[in-house]
Design a binder for this molecule. Sequence first.
Ligand SMILES: [Zn+2]
Length: 107
Amino acid sequence: MTTSSTPRTGSRPGDATRFQRLAQAAAASGMTLLATQWAGGKAVYPVICRNGHRFARHGSRLLKGNTTCQQCQADEIRQHFFAVLKQKGFRCSDNAFRGLTARHTFT
Ligand SMILES: [Zn+2]
């Protein structure tokens, strides 16, 4: 049985450089990498976004620039939702954003 998805332990040549690139990719997006060493591209690395949300992402995805914080993205959508309503002069009847596909009632 293979354990290819299990993060490896121990270091190999180039791991320090890979970890540095990973930390730089996170920092370029305003995130802080909470891991302390490279554990492979398939390993999941904990990060914290600029707004303090904690989440985890595969190393290979972070290196490819997949650094969007889903909580921040949801907050931005919610804020945009209410900004558009205010601009149009509407109010959401229950004053809650329940998601992009939910049916809302406006007054
Ligand atoms: Zn966030």
